[in-house]
Design a protein around this ligand. Structure first.
Ligand SMILES: NC(=O)c1ccc[n+]([C@@H]2O[C@H](COP(=O)([O-])OP(=O)(O)OC[C@H]3O[C@@H](n4cnc5c(N)ncnc54)[C@H](OP(=O)(O)O)[C@@H]3O)[C@@H](O)[C@H]2O)c1
Length: 233
């Protein structure tokens, strides 16, 4: 198997597992401590990996979090800014997204083999790197392997959304899971959760995790799980 970066997934979720409201109008609900946790994780990661809808809907630029986190990155032996990787299998990611006007670090886009030539050209005009998976659905393990081999990426922090998380979890590509459990209930069948997509059918396919640490700050719980063994049948 090709070497790949160490992959952490970080999500803030409500007590009912939601990562946004059903209308998607609210997607930020953690405390300032949770925001710091996110930037600290970014500061020990060479790259950030996000799904197309997350980057569009949150107007994300995926930066380092400002001067103190820039210095932390340097102390951690990282570049000043993380490489930014956006997953967009069909190539639908908007060329008008806010991230394109913030050029502090390379922006990669991962697409699939079915992207039209016109969409590919449009993305190539914006992105520093467009990587096309040879397979549909995207071969996320191959994407991670080329990040390590071609771009020297050692650690990746995944920041959602639910569809991308689900594909990575089902492929057993998440080495460490950081969950901030926030004291809210959003409800709503259509509200995104930490893992949407297609999910799994059998318990043996469920990625297993081991609780590594649990800290309480105010009413929030900060949970860290490391990759474990799947549950027995
Ligand atoms: N609370 C939090 O911590 C948090 C964090 C992140 C996001 N969010 C919320 O989560 C919501 C977005 O989540 P989401 O699940 O709708 O979207 P998402 O996972 O961010 O993006 C989905 C899109 O990404 C591409 N994609 C994802 N996985 C893929 C795969 N395996 N293969 C190919 N393409 C893939 C596809 O793009 P194409 O359509 O181009 O094929 C797909 O339509 C937003 O409401 C956001 O605010 C909350």
């Amino acid at each position: 198997m090709s070497p790949r970066p160490f992959v952490r997934l970080n999500m803030a979720m409500t007590a009912d597992g939601k990562i946004a409201t059903s209308t998607r109008s609210v997607h930020t609900f953690g405390s300032p401590r949770d925001a710091r946790h996110l930037y600290e994780l970014r500061a020990s990661s060479d790259a950030i990996l996000c799904g197309a809808r997350t980057v569009e809907e949150t107007n994300a630029t995926l930066g380092n979090g400002g001067e103190s986190f820039r210095r932390l990155r340097l102390r951690n032996g990282r570049a000043e800014h993380p490489v930014r990787v956006i997953v967009s299998g069909s190539g639908s990611f908007s060329t008008e997204a806010r991230i394109w006007s913030h050029r502090f670090s390379p922006i990669h886009v991962w697409t699939g083999p079915t992207v039209t030539a016109a969409r590919r050209q449009a993305l190539q005009a914006c992105a520093d790197v467009v990587w096309t998976s040879p397979t549909d659905p995207i071969d996320l393990a191959a994407g991670l392997a080329q990040l390590a081999q071609d771009h020297g990426i050692r650690d990746v922090i995944v920041e959602g959304g639910g569809q991308l998380n689900d594909a990575l979890l089902r492929a057993h590509l998440i080495d460490e899971l950081h969950l901030t459990l926030c004291p809210r209930i959003f409800g709503g069948r259509t509200a995104p959760t930490i893992s949407d997509g297609t999910g799994i059918e059998h318990i043996t396919e469920a990625p297993g995790f081991t609780l590594k640490s649990l800290r309480r700050h105010g009413d929030e719980l900060f949970l860290v799980y490391s990759r474990g063994t799947p549950l027995p049948t």
